[in-house]
Design a protein around this ligand. Structure first.
Ligand SMILES: Nc1ncnc2c1ncn2[C@@H]1O[C@H](COP(=O)(O)OP(=O)(O)OP(=O)(O)O)[C@@H](O)[C@H]1O
Length: 588
């Protein structure tokens, strides 16, 4: 089974006990993590036991599951997802009744919603929109925001969340921690349940997240193993509280557990040229040798600081087209920017400029894309039509939904043996005459629950999620800036593109790799954020992460023409400006 791993990687998988594996980009950390899961899964004999893999994004979690399927390993005993989803599924939903704040139902406010709320409050308080205020909590529930002058605003923010039964991502973590703290039995139960907890990109784990894990792994007579992988140089969440703890610090925090430290060397992803380029942004000076087949290929590395922001989308579209013409698959091309508000309009413009190209872009969907909202999950089943290719994916969605409904105490299809299959059958039998996408979905949702004989109004959580889902989606659709098509067929088309050119934030593609990376918005003020602590270092690490995603081609863009509200021009971000390099000329 361990074929396909080199000696160091195999050794890391076979190491018994708790492991902390650190290594450079592309050295196979995620691959090792997937093999570790594959290696440990068959060891589980107790039918109730599980393995947990915590990843930074949902995309990364899907990738691990796919890797297992490719290895012919059944991933049903693996739970993979973000720490937020983990808290929701394993702690908040099952134990919500023990917390007054949650017991009457709650809805997760995604980062867009909480940013929207914060910007309204900033305006009320006369603060500039770019002032950074963290909503993070400490383990005692107090605000982690160091500037006391913002605490009044944060209290008001909290009140609004409370009134609307919303919890943001930070409250998800805090409430999960609080439950584990007041009811140690939960940690003990989870410890009995989890054979192994793997954490990918551990260097960006926040203090509260370590605390949550320590309440599960650090219980007396603990049986749960910990497998952490990461790279300190890729820590890009420092400003959001991410810390790469040492093995010793983890030991102290986790009740004295012994952790074996392991390392990997070499890079299986990028050409030597790309590696030598991004080593300009490395904090430690470690040689990295390319071990991949295309190690000696030249590829293309460009830097453009003259293209004007108004011509940027055409410029990026041209690069994409050149790559596609050269035979590079759409999925191997990625367009990145440091902040999502730069990314969303870019995705839309690219879609219009390259109508025959598929895109996998954040913000292209008119629906609230909140994976934690149950109506979003149900809508996927109505929008992605049944086909042999989609069979496995739809079945997995159905299994997750039936579990979630069960967790909400909603009993469906009592007499049906295979509930997910039965659930899919009911979904597949429903359609509506409506042409308007949202009305279509509303119709289908109602018919579905009628057929399931579930009275929606008796479940406040379903109601809350319903209101949030439709209200947010309606808002998006009505926003003239977005210019979304509102008919059901357009909704469907957007859902059918789960592959295509990726357009995302630098944080959203952590751990991924692409033949060609096109990064724009590399301007001081965006990367790093004006008021980020240790801003220079933060921009250096982000550049390191961006550039190390590329297998062969790298196009860096610091577009001209962007100015602050005070008409100050945004300039090339410091580290990039100072890097002396013989860049290629495109097409030259
Ligand atoms: N032993 C190996 N043989 C062949 N290919 C490998 C080997 N190890 C890793 N790879 C490939 O190298 C690439 C990078 O691996 P992986 O994504 O696991 O690296 P990583 O260390 O997690 O990178 P990053 O820190 O940048 O996210 C992947 O395409 C992976 O399949």
């Amino acid at each position: 089974m361990l074929e396909g791993l080199n000696e160091q990687q195999r050794n890391a998988v076979l190491t018994e006990g708790h492991v902390l594996l650190t290594a450079c980009p592309g050295s196979g950390k995620t691959r090792v993590l997937a093999f570790k899961v594959a290696y440990e899964l068959p060891k589980i004999v107790d039918s109730k036991k599980m393995i947990v893999a915590l990843t930074f994004t949902n995309r990364a979690a899907d990738e691990i599951k796919k890797r297992l399927v490719r290895m012919d390993i059944n991933p049903s005993k693996l739970w993979a997802g973000t720490i937020h989803s983990f808290c929701l599924e394993w702690i908040l939903r099952p134990y919500a009744s023990y917390l007054d704040e949650l017991k009457n139902g709650f809805v997760v406010a995604d980062e867009y919603k909480s940013e929207e709320l914060l910007s309204i409050l900033k305006e009320e308080y006369g603060l500039e929109y770019w002032v950074r205020i963290t909503t993070r909590r400490l383990t005692d529930g107090s605000f982690a925001e160091p500037e006391l002058k913002y605490h009044q605003l944060l209290t008001e923010y909290d009140d609004i969340l409370n009134e609307n039964k919303l919890i943001d991502f930070d409250l998800m973590l805090y409430n999960a921690y609080k439950l584990l703290d007041i009811l140690p039995k939960i940690g003990q139960t989870l410890n009995n349940l989890f054979h192994l907890i793997c954490v990918d990109e551990y260097q960006d784990t926040q203090e509260l997240q370590y605390a949550i894990l320590s309440k599960i792994v650090g219980v007396p007579k603990s049986k749960t193993l910990l497998f952490l992988v990461g790279d300190k140089d890729q820590a890009i969440y420092g400003s959001l509280g991410g810390v790469a703890k040492t093995a010793e610090e983890i030991k102290v925090m986790f009740g004295g557990i012994e952790i074996v430290e392991k390392e990997l060397s070499g890079n299986y992803r990028s050409t030597q040229r790309v590696i030598d380029y991004y080593r300009n942004y490395q904090t430690a000076t470690i040689d990295i040798e390319s071990l991949c087949e295309h190690a000696r290929d030249n590829g293309v590395i460009t830097f453009n600081k003259s293209v004007h922001k108004d011509d940027l989308a055409e410029h990026v579209a041209q690069i994409i087209q050149e790559n596609i013409d050269a035979g590079i698959p759409e999925r191997e091309i990625c367009v990145l920017a440091p902040q999502w508000w730069l990314v969303i309009p870019m995705g839309r413009k690219l879609k219009a400029l390259l109508p025959s190209v598929n895109f996998d872009a954040i913000g292209l969907s008119p629906l609230l894309k909140n994976k934690e909202n149950i109506w979003f999950k149900i809508s996927r089943l109505f929008l992605v039509l049944p086909s042999p290719k989609m069979y496995l994916i739809r079945s997995r969605w159905a299994i997750e939904l039936v579990d979630e409904l069960d967790g909400l105490n909603i009993q469906i299809l009592q007499n049906v043996e295979n509930k997910p299959k039965g659930f899919l059958k009911v979904i597949n039998s429903i359609s509506s005459e409506e042409n308007d996408g949202l009305k279509y979905l509303e119709d289908c949702f109602r018919i579905l629950f009628q057929k399931l004989e579930v009275e929606l109004d008796t479940y406040p959580t379903l109601r809350l999620h319903w209101e949030y889902f439709f209200e947010s989606s309606r808002k998006r659709l009505e926003n003239p800036e977005f210019d979304y098509a509102k008919d059901i067929n357009s909704f469907r088309r957007l859902f059918s593109h789960n592959s295509g050119v990726v357009v995302n934030t630098c944080h959203g593609i952590k751990g991924e790799e692409f033949h060609t990376v096109i990064a724009f918005g590399l301007l001081h003020g965006y990367i790093p954020n004006w008021n980020e602590d240790d801003a220079e270092n933060a921009s250096r690490k982000l550049l390191y992460v961006i550039c190390s995603r590329a297998k062969k081609n790298l196009h860096l863009i610091s577009e001209a023409g962007r100015t602050t509200k005070g008409r100050r021009p945004y300039l090339v971000t410091g580290y990039l400006k100072r890097t002396e390099y013989q860049y290629d000329i495109r097409g030259g």
